[in-house]
Design a protein around this ligand. Structure first.
Ligand SMILES: Cc1cc2nc3c(=O)[nH]c(=O)nc-3n(C[C@H](O)[C@H](O)[C@H](O)COP(=O)(O)OP(=O)(O)OC[C@H]3O[C@@H](n4cnc5c(N)ncnc54)[C@H](O)[C@@H]3O)c2cc1C
Length: 467
């Protein structure tokens, strides 16, 4: 086995494995190293994939319990949590093995072990058997991802005080679940356990859920989740947890300080965010610069300050999303191969996989206002969409924002059924520099949810027809 490559990729997540695949396609040799034991990173092992498997299963369970009767279906359903978890684990196994197959196909050597950069162009890998292997390459790509941000003063045991990883593997349904953090991960996993029967309380430091999302979407989203049975304590912080008794006693107080309150819970999920992970990589020794948040600093082409060392994905700046890591992987590999790889950060969608889903791309109204950009808005509710009616899922709306002068699409904000799939059309429009009129004049199949996107686009120029 060769120990010298065109590139060494550290991390086998969506950033790392896609970089290795693209390098292979471009005729460059690589090794892809991950210490986890299986490939696919956070995303496939303990992130996107297991969470979506549980979201899907719990949604079907909830639907069968509450919505089937409305459709004229009588059903009595019972929860088999171990079987649900087995199905999730099966999906994860199939996909992580799939990544190994893809790496092999790209002629990238998949190495299980912990990597450390000992000099530019040199990586030492601690193998599972305790031996060390030294690899060399002209290029090193850091794709080591991120890890859960801890809550100061709170010790995670992954049984009663858990992170997202524990929330994907609970052995029983907690009677009372306290979620700390109303971001995407907290709300998705809170939804899973709510549907399976938990009483879910969410504590959020800020005065709104899913900060960063369009304000109007946030308000409707919170209303819907509240109707589903979640309760929210906004502008509130956790100041301590007493775990001595049978139930956890979680002390909270207003974010600005004030009277304390104790919330009892069986399980507490800490979901206050994620932080870049670069521990033990040897970056300080090699002189790779990090920013104040611990992210690897790169230029627009993913080069760090040390020649031959690159960084992509969650460990550098930007949204922590699998497809952002994937796009950076492609662009970085292309740059290494001497091509002009590039990522359009205005066209990166973001999805919350709750029911209904929330999906966004591009700018929010708040951002456009702050930037002084004049814009027009087109909006269409799912309650007026025929397909949404037939599937009994009429909550939410599509909102499209376009430049007031040029009509160029600047953003889209969707809350409603299949929002995560619907956003792809507007993402493509932004990527192509399309106008809202391009969407409005494109024929959309009937009856589909995509017609709501078209009607919203028509609304930008004031000619929504079906409302
Ligand atoms: C519960 C949850 C749900 C999520 N859902 C979604 C979703 O629906 N959609 C979405 O887009 N994103 C989602 N994410 C975020 C997504 O998982 C990350 O954005 C994505 O995995 C980042 O990819 P990456 O390649 O940068 O890093 P990672 O996937 O974190 O991979 C980095 C890998 O590097 C390895 N590594 C680190 N240091 C070393 C070392 N020294 N030597 C060897 N290996 C090392 C780690 O073991 C890890 O496997 C979710 C995350 C979580 C936690």
């Amino acid at each position: 086995m060769a120990d010298s490559f065109d590139a060494i990729v550290i991390g086998g997540g969506p950033g790392g494995y896609n970089a290795a695949i693209r390098l292979g396609q471009l005729g460059l040799s690589s090794a892809c190293i991950d210490k986890r034991g299986t490939f696919g990173g956070t995303c496939l092992n303990i992130g996107c994939i297991p969470s979506k498997a549980l979201l899907h299963a719990s949604e079907r369970f909830h639907e069968a319990q509450t919505d089937f009767a409305k459709l004229g279906i009588k059903a009595k359903v019972d929860l088999d949590l171990p079987a649900m978890m087995t199905q999730k684990t099966k999906v994860v196994g199939e996909l992580t093995r799939g990544v190994e197959f893809l790496l092999k196909k790209a002629k990238s050597e998949a190495i299980v072990g912990e990597a450390k950069i000992t000099a530019p162009g040199k990586v030492e890998v601690k193998l599972p058997d305790g031996k060390t292997r030294t690899l060399t390459a002209k290029n090193i790509i850091i794709a080591t991802g991120s890890d859960v941000a801890p809550l100061p003063g709170v010790t995670v045991d992954e049984e009663r005080i858990i992170t997202s990883t524990g929330a994907l593997a609970l052995k029983s349904v907690p009677k009372k679940l306290l979620v700390v953090g109303a971001g995407v991960i907290g709300l998705e996993l809170g939804s899973v356990w709510r549907r399976l029967g938990s009483e879910v309380t969410v504590v959020e430091f800020l005065d709104r859920i899913t900060p960063g999302l369009d304000g109007e979407v946030c308000k409707q989203f919170q209303r819907i989740l509240t109707k589903q049975g979640m309760s929210f304590h906004l502008s509130t912080k956790v100041v301590g947890v007493d775990s001595k008794g049978k139930t956890l006693k979680v002390t909270v107080e207003p974010a600005a300080g004030g009277a304390q309150q104790v919330i009892e819970a069986d399980v507490m999920l800490v979901a206050i965010g994620r932080r870049p992970y670069t521990a033990g990589l040897g970056l300080e020794e090699v002189g790779v610069a990090l920013d104040a948040k611990g992210r690897v600093i790169t230029d627009g082409h993913y080069k760090t300050n040390v020649p031959g060392i690159w960084a992509i994905g969650d460990c550098r700046e930007g949204v922590m999303l699998a497809h952002k890591a994937e796009d950076e992987a492609v662009a970085c590999a292309e740059r290494i191969a001497g091509r002009a790889g590039h990522v359009n950060y205005d066209a990166i969608p973001s999805v919350v996989y709750t029911m209904p889903e929330v999906a966004v791309v591009g700018k929010t109204e708040e951002e456009l206002k702050a930037a002084g950009i004049a814009y027009k808005v087109g909006k269409f509710p799912f309650s007026a969409n025929g397909r949404a009616k037939t599937i009994a899922s009429t909550e939410g709306f599509v909102k499209i924002l376009a430049d007031a002068a040029t009509d160029k699409v600047l953003g889209a904000h969707i809350i409603g059924p299949e929002a995560g799939n619907l956003i792809a059309e507007v993402t493509l429009a932004i990527e192509f520099g399309a106008a809202s009129e391009d969407i409005a004049r494109t024929c959309h199949a009937h009856p589909t949810l995509t017609e709501a996107v078209r009607q919203a686009a028509m609304g930008v120029e004031g000619w929504t027809m079906q409302m």
